[in-house]
Design a protein around this ligand. Structure first.
Ligand SMILES: *[C@@H]1O[C@H](CO)[C@@H](O)[C@H](O)[C@H]1NC(C)=O
Length: 590
């Protein structure tokens, strides 16, 4: 049936294409007379865009739409740092950043920050308008990403840099520059991530440890592959709760104290590392019964299986017939050189006389399970009177314990930056905002991200819309649609109502397919096949013949099955392939 579906689909496609083409012809033909209408229908529908302004500047720590090149170059600093401890030639931060419109569905006047280069370290950062101090207000970080070239391996995350001497010179921003929060998408191979990492300072000794958020509940794959704008939002509240959103949908949420590894606070108690299991501690719950004795009639040597004494040779068994005979139809190859190749022997095939008999050759009675088999005797298990339970070390107070109830109070953030390396080019960033009011971030998204998505929706709609308008103007197109939709329906009905003839047609098809394979002309498998000896090819053809026969008994097979079967037979012939020695085909059981 698969073959027919494919044919139907191809037909539909061809007809649709011709319909659209002819419709376009009509369009062109009448263009001069219908200019007024054409003017009413611009080819792409534009969503008006203006560079956004945050509704309350006092609650904003940084907001950049990247539309203003002069402003951008004042604010953002490209890093010229060098990465430590790797070789000189790849250590430099020399990735290329540009302000550009998105490659697809761009709004007029909308630019973004694009990481142009791939396989280079790239870093860029901007100071905040004012530092964000973690205190009583929430932190909202939001930005857009378009992975315009997909993402093979690399990140599109940002870092909120910790205020201090190490981050004062943003021109030296690099991978070790201290950050308070790292947030955003990252992918390598099949590992899709949406990072939310914060760096926590141990209040006992001042050491800093990265805390990684648990995995999001949703699948992330599409965000990396669909090449659409996605909006990433982190909301972090003074009560330590957080939410991670993509395109305004919450995909991860929880609490800084509970949902991060390693956990912020160490355990109160730990196993005493100095406690040792006493030597006489008996952990065995059951022991063998020392008083039990082996019964006298227990024969440890009785075999597990014995010959079935009552078995008789099945009637019709042909003891004098061999199971295999030399293939009577085999012919010595014309180029067989007895001196070189040794004497020729025809390959063995199943003895056809045995096909209808229960068996051929010497008959042996079968083995059956020995009813007297007991195996090795073991004493039964009884409860161990000395059992003390599983040993566990004593618990002691954790000497390194501390309790930080406010991990939200992180190190003050003074700048934001991207510090990236990617195997895919053209990563587009836009409309980054850091604020302490969720509403401001929402409004910002409404005048930026949402317009982008509207524009994309309208652009894809407009193709359908155009066809609809065209149909209004030229109702004759309905005839085309009816034909396009009607032909497959009629065809399917025809197939359903005449199953007999249909399956005959299918067999014809399969035979033709097998025929095509036999010509050894076109299939990609031939690259491999051509490396084989002539012998192999002859054999494959024989197998093809056989496959064909098999398939003519069935109705629902597809090309793929034929191919798979060919692979099977190739494996078999490979197993048997021993250079130029005459091959004996494995008997195949179906
Ligand atoms: C601080 O304490 C943590 C665990 O409590 C430990 O892993 C770390 O090594 C300590 N750092 C310093 C500098 O002592």
């Amino acid at each position: 049936m698969g073959k027919y579906l494919r044919i139907i689909c191809t037909l539909c496609l061809l007809l649709t294409l011709s319909a659209v083409t002819s419709a376009e012809d009509l369009d062109e033909f009448d263009a001069e007379e219908a200019t007024v209408e054409v003017e009413n229908e611009p080819s792409t529908v534009d969503v008006p865009y203006e560079s956004p302004v945050p509704i309350d500047q006092s609650k904003v720590y940084l907001a950049d739409h990247f539309d203003d090149i002069a402003q951008f170059s004042k604010r953002w600093i490209k890093s010229t740092a060098k990465k430590e401890d790797i070789s000189e030639d790849i250590a430099k931060y020399d990735g290329v950043w540009e302000l550009e419109a998105p490659l697809k569905d761009a709004l007029v006047g909308d630019l973004g920050l694009v990481l142009k280069s791939k396989a280079k370290h790239a870093a860029i950062a901007s100071s905040l308008i004012k530092p964000f101090v973690f205190n009583t207000k929430p932190l909202i970080v939001q930005y857009e990403v378009i992975l315009q070239d997909g993402q093979e391996c690399g990140g599109a995350y940002l870092k909120l840099l910790s205020d201090g001497p190490d981050t004062r010179n943003l021109g030296q921003f690099h991978d070790k520059s201290p950050y308070s929060i790292m947030f955003g998408p990252d992918k390598c191979g099949n590992d899709h991530k949406l990072h939310f990492i914060f760096r926590h300072k141990n209040p006992r000794n001042g050491s800093i440890e990265e805390k990684h958020c648990k995995k999001p509940s949703e699948r992330l794959e599409d965000y990396f592959s669909d090449k659409l704008p996605h909006l990433y939002t982190l909301v972090l509240n003074p009560d330590n709760s957080f939410e991670v959103k993509v395109d305004k949908t919450v995909i991860n949420s929880g609490n800084l104290l509970e949902d991060f590894t390693p956990s912020v606070n160490p355990p109160r108690e730990i196993d005493d590392p100095d406690d040792r299991k006493p030597d006489d501690w008996d952990e065995r719950e059951k022991i063998p019964d020392a008083d039990a004795v082996k019964p006298d009639d227990w024969d440890e040597d009785a075999p597990a299986q014995v010959i079935d004494e009552f078995a008789i040779i099945p009637s019709g068994w042909l003891e004098d017939e061999p199971t295999h005979i030399s293939d009577p139809d085999a012919k010595k190859p014309a180029d067989w050189d007895t001196e070189m190749d040794g004497s020729w022997e025809p390959p063995l095939v199943d003895n056809p006389i045995c096909t209808d008999a229960p068996g051929c050759g010497k008959w042996e009675p079968p083995l059956i399970n020995n009813p007297n088999y007991k195996g090795k005797w073991r004493a039964p298990l009884i409860d161990n009177p000395n059992y003390k339970g599983k040993w566990r070390p004593r618990r002691i107070p954790n000497p390194e314990f501390f309790e930080d109830k406010e991990p939200f109070k992180m190190h003050t953030v003074s700048a934001v930056g991207f510090e990236l390396w990617s195997m895919s080019k053209d990563i587009y960033f836009d409309n980054i905002i850091i604020t302490d009011d969720p509403y401001i971030a929402e409004q910002w998204a409404a005048s930026t991200f949402e317009k982008k998505r509207q524009k994309i929706a309208r652009d894809s709609e407009s193709v359908v819309q155009r066809l609809a308008n065209l149909t209004n103007d030229y109702p004759i197109l309905w005839v085309v649609y009816i034909i396009v939709l009607g032909i497959p329906v009629v065809f399917v009905l025809y197939l359903c109502c005449k199953p007999k003839s249909a399956s005959r047609m299918e067999n014809e098809e399969l035979k033709r397919a097998a025929e095509t394979k036999k010509t050894d002309a076109l299939s990609p498998d031939d690259a491999v096949a051509s490396g084989k000896s002539q012998d192999d090819k002859i054999e494959e053809n024989v197998e093809d013949e056989e496959d064909k026969e098999k398939y003519s008994d069935k109705d629902e097979d597809e090309d793929d099955d034929v191919e798979e079967n060919e692979k099977d037979s190739e494996v078999i012939s490979d197993q048997n392939g021993e250079g130029d020695v005459p091959r004996k085909r494995k008997p195949r059981k179906d």
